[in-house]
Design a protein around this ligand. Structure first.
Ligand SMILES: Cc1cc2nc3c(=O)[nH]c(=O)nc-3n(C[C@H](O)[C@H](O)[C@H](O)COP(=O)(O)OP(=O)(O)OC[C@H]3O[C@@H](n4cnc5c(N)ncnc54)[C@H](O)[C@@H]3O)c2cc1C
Length: 456
């Protein structure tokens, strides 16, 4: 019997446990995660013996202590402009306050000395507007994959003294009973008074089942589809040196769709991501200069939201990713020059190019995978970015596909992030409300304070 059970040890779950165990050390708290402890998380892809995803039972990139954030770039964006809609529930001021609080904790647990970048007062805002690009406002703490890992390890060392962790223990079912909840794993049943579900994107299908079984309403969310761009770091260095990450939105002339940059990784690497068996692409970078590359990567994404009569936005994104997996055996890569000339890339053309790929992907033709409307938007945006960062539209710029950002169905929650069942909270990316490290972590702090009876 626990006072509180937290399902999922990603940033949402970690910050719930952290805040709750500090506010009320007498509480008996357990955290369950289907993935491994931090030290046991290894992706077998080494680029030599194992070149592509082998479909591990628990994906070490997505699951385990630290959640999807463990090998991320550790970019904590402090903003309400992107990264989720937490502010719609708790208010903009509170959301920012909690993101700053999370930043302080990250700094305290190993992030000291990392840089906090900001768009405030930047000259790039004007340059972007002059070229029909909109640079969004944000502050971003870049921990880097290496320091992010140190912060997580330090947080775990602190938390493990106060909280019980169950790794490699997927929760199969949540039942509502008198006075609380029953949590079922493969072998055991546990009970708790309050339950915080924070299962992230990897738990999206399970979350849907839980909501269905418990009669909790959900609504469809959007899906973001696009490519990851990789180019020489010098092309974007004037922007990345000052802002690190620039979130830029472009409205296409042809379809009036919004295309945006996402997850910019100066001197970073491109990686595979496996969500429920579908291999897509992502990126990150290290703070340690020794681990940095000469390339910068970022995603270009277009949002699609289906509601009537078809409402499965994720299913649409999955189908496109499956098509790319079918044609490329995983992630596909194409030179921008080949794409605009309407021909596939091959190994020779990639090898002869100026940009050395940081991910071993299959050379192919993205126009056979991405819908025309999305691809046209991406091409238009690459030419628009070329005006503020000349070289973006070079022939040798690499495009990896596909990058898909799946968002969970949005779970019906009140403003305390509680379901219709008193004491059953859903937070982080699993709620469909957050899509980032900072928002997911802030939602954890918020709920911990609610459980501890601290009125916000
Ligand atoms: C490669 C990569 C790079 C990224 N880079 C950034 C970045 O730089 N900045 C940024 O803001 N965001 C980034 N993100 C996104 C960010 O990682 C997520 O937004 C964030 O981790 C969400 O936190 P969460 O706690 O809600 O969920 P998650 O981090 O996904 O954690 C959920 C946890 O729940 C566990 N779980 C799932 N189902 C069950 C179950 N049934 N039982 C028990 N446990 C379960 C999972 O194993 C997982 O550990 C990145 C993501 C990836 C994959």
């Amino acid at each position: 019997m626990y006072n509180v059970i937290i399902i999922g040890a990603g940033p949402g779950g970690i910050f719930t446990a952290y805040e709750l165990s500090n506010l009320n050390p007498d509480l008996k708290i357990a955290v369950f995660d289907s993935g491994h402890d931090l030290g046991s998380r290894h992706c077998p892809i080494d680029g030599v013996k194992v070149k592509s995803c082998v479909g591990c039972r628990s994906c070490s990139i997505m699951s385990g202590f630290g959640g999807a954030g463990a090998f991320s770039d550790g970019k904590y964006n402090i903003t309400n402009d992107f990264g989720g809609t937490l502010h719609e529930h708790i208010g903009k001021k509170k959301a920012l306050e909690l993101m700053k609080y999370v930043d302080d904790i990250n700094v305290k647990f190993g992030g000291a000395g990392t840089r906090l970048y900001s768009t405030a007062g930047t000259k790039f805002k004007k340059l972007c507007i002059q070229n029909k690009l909109n640079l969004l406002d944000a502050s971003v703490r870049h921990l880097g994959t290496d320091i992010n890992f140190v912060v997580l390890q330090n947080l775990y060392d602190e938390l493990s003294k106060k909280v019980e962790f169950f790794f490699d223990t997927p929760v199969r079912e949540v039942k509502v009973v008198d006075g609380g909840f029953e949590i079922y794993t493969d072998d055991e049943k546990y009970t708790c008074e309050k339950c915080v579900v924070s299962v992230g994107r990897s738990g999206s299908k399970w979350m849907e089942t839980v909501c269905k079984n418990l009669g909790i309403r959900t609504k469809s969310n959007r899906v973001d589809i696009g490519v990851r761009v990789e180019l020489p770091a010098v092309v974007f260095s004037h922007l990345t040196d000052e802002l690190y990450e620039s979130k830029i939105v472009y409205r296409t002339e042809k379809f009036e769709d919004n295309v945006r940059t996402f997850c910019m990784n100066p001197n970073g690497i491109v990686v595979n991501e496996n969500t429920n068996g579908i291999v897509t692409v992502n990126g990150h970078s290290y703070e340690d200069p020794k681990l940095q590359t000469e390339n910068t990567n970022f995603a270009l994404l277009v949002s699609k939201h289906f509601s009537e009569p078809f409402e499965d936005s994720n299913g649409y994104g999955e189908s496109i990713a499956r098509l790319s997996n079918m044609l490329g055996g995983g992630v596909m890569v194409q030179r921008f020059g080949d794409l605009v000339r309407g021909r596939r890339s091959n190994v020779k053309r990639i090898e002869e190019g100026l940009v050395t790929p940081t991910l071993a992907a299959t050379p192919g033709d993205l126009s056979l995978v991405l819908p025309k409307r999305i691809l046209d938007g991406i091409i238009e945006m690459i030419y628009a970015l070329d005006k503020i960062a000349p070289g973006t539209a070079n022939d040798d710029t690499l495009l990896y596909g596909v990058e898909v950002k799946f968002y969970n169905m949005e779970v019906e929650l009140n403003d305390n992030l509680q379901t219709k069942y008193d004491g059953l909270y859903v937070i982080g990316d699993g709620s469909g409300i957050t899509h980032s490290l900072s928002h997911a972590s802030a939602s954890g702090v918020f709920v911990a304070r609610d459980i501890a009876g601290i009125s916000e």
